[in-house]
Design a protein around this ligand. Structure first.
Ligand code: GLC
Length: 750
């Protein structure tokens, strides 16, 4: 055995030994578990009473409590706080026959108590280190509150801005989404799961949830295998290759098979082909919903279908706990499959160190120290400012002058301390975001700053489970806005969506500014054209009027706790915006789904001057703002695009380099992007695909050579049988600061 190979195994030996040791413990425990105790491990209950209070005396909660005491619960969700977690863990560990500790899961999607930007905003930073740090902070705070499992990262690719959950992922591109997935998994799980500040992560929703028909949440999904393999699956595979501990299946069906009951997805692909060794958890009651989909006639059939398909844990479906033991006895589900599921679940608990110390995550001192710490707020601010995308700055209204300017700040969202927290901020207290108004006031008082709410947009209080009420009729606030804008040097208008207008169950049929905001924007524009439009939104918006008329547009998403400070730092130029769009912004909702890596079609242009080409008679095909777009206060130049060989064999790789220069007056960061086009393939290939990016910081006047490497991992694709092909032929290379790149070259793959 060669030295290197031997050395490699030596390095891995401790991990191999640890896994072997855990496997032995799991098997020993499994051997003494009753059938009901095994099924109990596959049962995940939502927190069912005010856990620090007395035990529940009746109803559903009483049943759950009794199951807990019998050892028939494997995990809980939505229980948080050391006192609550300790109380419930104590029952599982000290009052049941085997004392198997519980997992405590929670949706730590973009922060726990200190809220970071929504995931789509974080993805706009293209800063993997910052994204990993953001997940790390979330894990530190969540684990300090007793949580040892997060239902994140959501890695669903989506091309449909109507779908509310586009806010929760990393956008439309599988290559980029895979990188973000890895950063988030590493942030949550760290390098040692037995540490008390690392938690198990969960890649969701497996699979293709982002392709729900018409962008309507929970709807059906019909896509071809080529899209499944090349667009949907890569981020999940990246998460599995990063040793993610759990995967959550999806509410949707995939081509007629419910994802929760889909053996092809959960066993053939995930567990067998990819070797995933963690466990699969259902989405909320998605096992029960197999019945509503019409793929099982009752809970017994749903239990059989889901268990045989590889769904290891039933979240709040009450199906496994009620039916699975009987289905095993009826030989409809093999006990070997049950053992496999339980083995997977117990292994994660051992890997988290819960058997060594079930109260590992119950440290009241840590809870006091870590949650909301100064360091965490600093990390949230850093992430927030890096997530901001400068979409337009035509007349250089930005950066604002440090003094002597009369600034009129307008918009209900500008003073909102709740909406900027976004959607998945369950543990955050209401109104804990620093608003844009506060951020500007904190930043400087050297300019005169007036604030006017303008038109009412969102009425009343909203929360995670209620719809947002939008004022569609009362325009009285517009005149105040116009009056405030009249004599200002600069008007900053903060417009957009409420944080609860995107996220789960928040699909929209329009992508405009809700309510009367557009009317207010146009009214203000009539009296003052020096408008900086700051967008707060959880999805791409279609704002063609604004794009045409408003000189400066800043995409500020929902940036979390540090919103106002981040926006102020960018508007005043203390941070030079560096974000780039991870999603395409359409001109119209009618163009959706619209994405950069589209296919050419056989009629992409009207060469003959007739109508017979792929277009709309009432809209352009092009986006409003393309994938990868983002400006800076400085300018960057790309030149000297070179490749080290004009032809390359399939087993070789090609080096691409480009010189990037900061040609402007500010130091700044730029995301250099590399796209390829496989000009002719056995399947139709996209006109371009992102296959490399690098975030580069350059002082003004500074240049740097940016290098990319292309090999079979980047040049191949999956066919409809799931075979990975790297096919000889011509390839184009495109490099620049967005998907509408500037420099091109070609090579031949032999
Ligand atoms: C929700 C979501 C899922 C979440 C789970 C637990 O319905 O679909 O993403 O993790 O239920 O809250």
């Amino acid at each position: 055995m060669s030295g290197v190979l031997k050395q490699g195994i030596e390095n891995d030996r401790p991990k191999i030994n640890a896994k072997t040791a855990i496997a032995k413990k799991v098997d020993s425990l499994l051997a003494i578990m009753t059938l009901e105790e095994k099924v109990g491990q596959m049962n995940l209950y939502n927190g069912f009473w005010d856990s620090t209070g007395p035990a529940p005396k009746e109803g559903n909660a009483k049943t759950k409590y009794e199951h807990l005491q019998k050892g028939w619960v494997g995990a809980m969700l939505n229980v948080r706080g050391v006192a609550s977690v300790r109380k419930i863990q104590k029952i599982a560990v000290e009052e049941t026959r085997l004392g198997i500790p519980l997992l405590f899961g929670y949706d730590v999607i973009h922060g726990y108590k200190t809220i970071s930007p929504i995931p789509l905003a974080e993805a706009a930073s293209w800063d993997m280190a910052a994204i990993e740090k953001s997940a790390r902070v979330a894990a530190i705070e969540a684990s300090a509150a007793g949580i040892n499992w997060t239902f994140a990262p959501m890695v669903d690719i989506s091309r449909d801005a109507r779908w509310g959950r586009v806010m929760e992922g990393a956008g439309e591109d599988p290559y980029y989404g895979s990188h973000v997935a890895v950063a988030r998994v590493q942030g949550f799980q760290g390098t040692d799961l037995t540490l008390p500040n690392t938690i198990a992560a969960c890649a969701k929703h497996f699979a293709a949830y982002g392709f729900v028909e018409a962008g309507r949440d929970y709807n059906t999904v019909s896509i071809g295998n080529e899209t499944l393999y090349n667009t949907v699956l890569p981020p999940f595979k990246a998460a599995v290759d990063s040793d993610i501990k759990t995967v959550m299946n999806a509410f949707n069906d995939l081509n007629g098979v419910t994802a929760t009951g889909d053996q092809f997805l959960q066993r053939d692909v995930l567990k067998n082909a990819w070797g995933f060794n963690g466990f699969v958890v259902s989405d909320w009651a998605s096992v029960t919903e197999i019945i509503y989909w019409g793929q099982a006639k009752d809970k017994a059939e749903a239990a059989v279908l889901a268990a045989n398909a590889g769904c290891d844990m039933d979240m709040e479906g009450h199906v496994y706990i009620e039916q699975l033991a009987n289905m095993i006895k009826a030989d409809k589900v093999k006990e070997a499959l049950l053992d496999d599921a339980v083995r997977r679940i117990l292994t994660v608990k051992y890997e988290l160190g819960l058997f060594d110390n079930p109260y590992r995550y119950c440290n009241e001192q840590l809870e006091k120290e870590q949650i909301g710490s100064v360091e965490h707020h600093a990390a949230a601010l850093d992430m927030a400012k890096k997530s901001i995308v400068l979409l337009k700055n035509e007349t250089k209204l930005l950066p604002l002058k440090k003094k002597g300017q009369k600034i009129a700040l307008i918009g209900q969202l500008a003073a909102d301390k709740n909406s900027p927290l976004g959607n998945w901020r369950l543990a955050a207290d209401d109104d804990t975001a620093i608003s844009v108004l506060e951020g500007l006031q904190n930043h400087t008082n050297s300019n005169s700053l007036t604030y006017t709410k303008g038109v009412d947009v969102f009425m009343g209080k909203t929360n995670f489970v209620t719809e947002v009420t939008v004022n569609e009729t009362d325009a009285t606030g517009i005149k105040d806005a116009v009056k405030a804008a009249k004599n200002a040097d600069v008007v900053i208008m903060v417009l957009g969506e409420h944080g609860y207008q995107s996220g789960e169950a928040r699909s929209r049929t329009e992508l405009d500014l809700p309510g009367l905001q557009q009317e207010m924007l146009e009214a203000v524009y009539k009296v003052n054209k020096n408008i900086v439009l700051v967008l707060n939104n959880g999805r791409p918006l279609a704002l063609p009027w604004a794009e045409k008329h408003i000189p400066t547009i800043v995409e500020a998403w929902q940036l979390g706790t540090q919103t106002g400070n981040a926006v102020a730092q960018v508007l005043y130029g203390d941070y030079n915006p560096s974000g780039k769009l991870p999603v395409t912004f359409p001109r119209s909702v009618g163009q959706v789904p619209l994405y950069y890596n589209y296919k050419m079609t056989g009629r992409s242009t009207n060469n003959e001057g007739n109508v017979f080409w792929s277009h709309y008679i009432d809209e352009k095909n092009t986006p409003l703002f393309p994938f990868g777009h983002g400006l800076s206060y400085t300018t960057f130049k790309y030149d000297n695009l070179t490749i080290d060989k004009k032809s390359v064999s399939v087993d070789d790789s090609i080096k691409v380099s480009v010189t990037l220069t900061n040609t402007g007056n500010y130091d700044g960061s730029e995301v250099a992007q590399l796209y390829i086009r496989d000009v002719v393939g056995s399947l139709v290939r996209p006109v371009k695909e992102l296959k490399g990016f690098e975030l580069v910081h350059l002082k003004k006047g500074e240049s740097k050579t940016v290098q990319f490497t292309l090999g079979k991992k980047e040049l191949g694709f999956y066919n409809n049988k799931g075979e990975y092909l790297v096919e000889p032929g011509d390839f184009e290379i495109m490099v620049g600061g967005s998907s509408e790149t500037v420099l091109k070259s070609r090579f031949v793959l032999d």
